[in-house]
Ligand binder design. Sequence first.
Ligand code: 8OZ
Length: 366
Amino acid sequence: MSKQKLFSAVTIGNLTLDNRMVMAPMTRNRAAPGNIPQQINVEYYRQRATAGLIITEASQVSPEGVGYPDTPGIYNDQQVAGWRKITDAVHQEGGHIFIQLWYVGRVSHPSLLPDNQLPVAPSAIKPEGEAVTYQGMQPYVEPRALQSSDIQGIVLQYRHAAKMAKLAGFDGVEIHAANGYLIDQFLRDGSNKRNDEDGGSEENRMRFLNQVIDAVFDSWDSWEVGIRLTPENSFNSMSDSDPQAHFHYFISQLNPRNLAYIHLLEGDMMSKARNVDYRALRDSYNGIYIANNGYDKARAEAAINNGDCDLVAFGVPFIANPDLVYRYKNDLPLNEVDQSTFYGGDEKGYTDYPFAEQTGETVQGS
Ligand code: 8OZ
């Protein structure tokens, strides 16, 4: 068998990852009250530590950043203590783990926020649909458009969370600038109608992201910071008038930042369309590119061999297969995934997916 690049080591800054299979960030809504990571989460991440890199589920940088029930935070000491058990467990198993920093912006609901305050956004544009709240689904509300003077306060929340992530023992952080949350709301022109220094030109729309990067760099080296982007994902009512050109600009601007990586969810999760030329975006970037969205082993191998990406992030396959690396390496069948247990609940559909050895599968020809 020829050497398979997917299973070859890769260096990011001072880190050497065992393989190029990344566990994608996935919201699972199983934090304890207070948005605190708990023992079941330790077990979940420990089981998946053979991934070259784990990127955690999105984690709020402050109580104001929350948008869903039971999602973890990374802004207080209890949360840091909870995460510390997770990073220790992953490191004990020889793995590496970045935490994804999150502030949802307009995709929230007053009932989830301190003092029932309104969600915030670059512009007062309500997303379609309903928020998931502790009282069930409730229609989204029109967000409050941020004042220029509010923005610095949010940047400071990112700075604080980045510092807490360091205390929690992570190997790095991923800035969630994707999927229609606050940073993405600034980047894309369907949600950013501002006519001040944070809206209009590409440069202005990127200002908030640049400030967040600077804030995170206060506690992390550049090669310990990744960024997730979604040029054309329409999830959360997002749109942009020219994703190819705009994201070419944003990504080119990231070159001198010397980041750990950029991580792109390619295509539109909702329509399954894929109208952006991701190879062109990849070629405009000098550093490491992680590709995501519906890859399996064959597509991942082909993409890496073709130079379309350096690593591939897998989501759903890692939910159902804690030993996905072992299964792919040995061409073993995958467990069937139970979508009904994606969000919320207990160990069922979370830490009870069997490892290959337990199902009696044998390894062929290795
Ligand atoms: C699904 C459900 C809730 C949140 C994202 C953090 O899309 C999420 C998310 C996904 O990035």
